[in-house]
Design a protein. Sequence first.
Lengths: 484, 494
Amino acid sequence: MIDLKKINLEKAIELIKQKKISSKELVSFYLKEAEAKKELNAYIYLNSDNAIKLAEESDKRIANNNARPLEGIPIAIKDLFCTKDVLTTAASKILSNFKPAYESTVTQNLWDAGAILLGKTNLDEFAMGSSNETSFYGAALNPWSKNKKEYVPGGSSGGSASAVAGGIAIAATGTDTGGSIRQPASYCGIIGLKPTYGRCSRWGIVSFASSLDQAGPMTKTVNDAAIMLDVMAGHDKKDSTSANLEKTNFYNNLKINKKLKIGIPKQYKNDQLDKEILNFWELGKEFFKKNNCEIVEIDLPHTEYALATYYIISSAEASSNLARYDGIRYGFRKDSEEIINLYENTRSVGFGEEVKRRIMIGTYVLSAGYYDAYYLKAQKVRSKIINDFNQAFEKVDVIFTPTAPTDAFEKGTKIDDPIKMYLNDVFTVPISLAGLPAISVPIGLSKNDLPLGFQIIGKRFDEDSVLSAAKIIETNANFKKESD
Amino acid sequence: MTNLKDWETVIGLEVHAQIISKSKLFSSASTNFGSEPNTQVSLVDAAMPGMLPVINKDCIEQAIKTGVGLNAKINKFSVFDRKNYFYPDLPQGYQISQFSQPIVGEGYIEIDLKDGSSKKIGITRLHLEQDAGKSVHDIEPSKSYIDLNRSGIALMEIVSEPDIRSSEEAQEYVKKLRSILRYIGTCDGNMEEGSLRCDVNISIRKKKFQSRSLLGENILSELGTRCEIKNVNSIKSIGQAIDYEFRRQFDVINSGNEIIQETRLFDEKKGETRPMRSKEEAHDYRYFPDPDLPPLEIDEEWIDKIKKNLPELPDIKKENLINQYKISSYDAAILVSDKSNVEFFDKIITGNKKRNAKNVVNWIIGELFALLNKNNLDIKDSPIKAEELGELIDYIEDQTISGKIAKNVFDEMFKTKKRPKDIIEKKGLKQITDTGEIESLIDKVLNNNKDKVDEYKSGKEKLFGFFVGQVMQETKGTANPGIVNEILKKKLAN
């Protein structure tokens, strides 16, 4: 008897191909588990009826030896990806009734490869948040919560992380603007890969900050992440920022054993960092050394400006991207006789506090008289940060850092202090600003018995090295996958 | 007290020209005019969540062509910016435009003025931007409707230098610009349908000779405070709006007050301008580079290719007409002012190589334009087609009809859209050139008017005209007047 609870994506694909399990069994298992673990609040929508029907179709294909790469595999999708005729909310009241007439490119790629929509996962409203607490549908819960303490799963892709870690999804998609895949992956003890900006199409993903948003996989293993990325990635004419590259195979490339030069940025080692994180950092270096990798100290001199730069640029873009939610054509509307009042009512009721805060920050930094001091300066700093990485990557293949400054925190402890909340992103945003690929891989448990992830950053479009390095950590850390 | 004639206007024009293209600037939706509301709207145009703009290469090519036609610098690197503001017919909540780095830089066009002089008007820039949708307020009293068919259609905003000094110059500038756009096929220039729209920036100042320095050098007097006039939607309105605004600003200054910088709306019915929005509502557009669109990079090769394939521009066409057909500069200028005129002329002249260019021009800009103007028609909608006018001219040339009859036939053609041949035959207008027939007609007239013949012979030579008239009446004007004269003279001399 196969224990479906224990198998990961790679294994499930194999078992389905060997007809040892059916797609219907797998889909039913996850639907049942998801229903049983409703307290995680990981899903905004479960695709119960449709998923079973699709699984039956997949099983027919498998029977006819006509299976595609992800045939019959149920996948959880962050509710920021537009899914045709399926509720797509961005966890916001303003889109709480929105069913798109179109399918995002990334999800379409998954369905074309035979995957099945399991459900839409919870997130911070419009992906703005680091704890999933800004969701209109309430926060998802970190499955590692215990002893009556409720921990956040991180954010914004908190629902996807919670689902994968909690055993109610075999794999999920996330999006990462400033750390939204990596930080929740770290908090929940799973793999989260943010590909290079331009690797996955943004078409059909509700925009937060166009120059930073990037879709990526959230999985149980590094191999699973590679399998997912192989399907999700690809050039898309409908996205002008999508990279037109030759198709590669990340999963196959992972089998090559690489000798890597590992960079350790000295600016990331600050005094506030907990001793146990520093210890894990040392441990990780040992893992690399053991695998014939060289450790090199590198300099990223503009690191301290990254957080401020990120919050200026992302908020500026968000303030403009979210202008379309005006109650005129779709979504929530609070009516009024006067057009200005209609806008004001719709947007003040339709958006939550954090979203409104970002819109206001963004509007402010783009305003006449402030543009040069904030937005323009931030763009200049962004160039310097990009340049920092370019220089560092002349010396090393990948960079190794903690993913977040702490382990998961308790629900309600930071939500009223935006600055404290934003500090969660301190290690992830510089990479986002530079558009680089990065992965979070679990390395061990904190003294609170919560997962801690470390981040591996690569050169533009060198996901191969990122995945290889992650695999070294994964193999050596031998992290206990189950949260219970 | 200062005098109006000591003052001059300083005018700069912003022209919004809708690009001729099959699909919109950033989406694949069609651009047809006059379709059912909201039938030409893509997901991008409706600003659905997650939708992204993709630049339409054809629109870029059109902008480059126009830039070349305006003798302007094509910028190989340009950037799309977002202009942020809320309006129900602006689905994205921003318009994608070009702010600090437009696709086309400085250029100029040359305008011809009534006094025979010509003048160069500088072009500051041309940039690409999206059009907004339309709000419809007059279907129901308490509701507004939105039509997004126009949302996302490509516009070129062409900004002139403040080189224009009068309403005549402004009108000539727009006419010339429109003519260039039509020649190269980048905008249909139809102001009624809104595919060419014009905003007028105008200020007034004392003429420069007023401030001549001791050395006799002209010192440009400083620019006055300007007003922007919107909704100026015809060549006539441009003239009216400027003349009105000149007078208004002069009166304000003359009464000791100051001009307020503001946006004003031109009221076509009243022929006046009035303030449009107050300062409280002044927009901060928060321009910033659109992160969905990489900068636009254009290579030299593409520009060269476009330059090579650019159609003949009006100034060159004019020179060619003068040289090839020996027509006057004045006539040539009228012909080239509108591409359709030249096409009409070309069709006639190439239809039959024997046709006389001067005759053809006279018929077009004399008779045809008079009737078209009277009936408020464009030459493209002329009831008389070029081939038919050509035929009519041939009938005069080969003496089938006289010039005088031809004018009647022409009127009939205009009214009935019939071919000249049919009209001539049906009405029996063919010229009588048979001398025998004319001679017997003359005999008849002379026999019936013996008393008049006697009077003539006794010296009342004025009566000659009377006899000619009688013959013409008998033939309903179809007798060849030359032959009539000749025979009549002979007969009366006997």
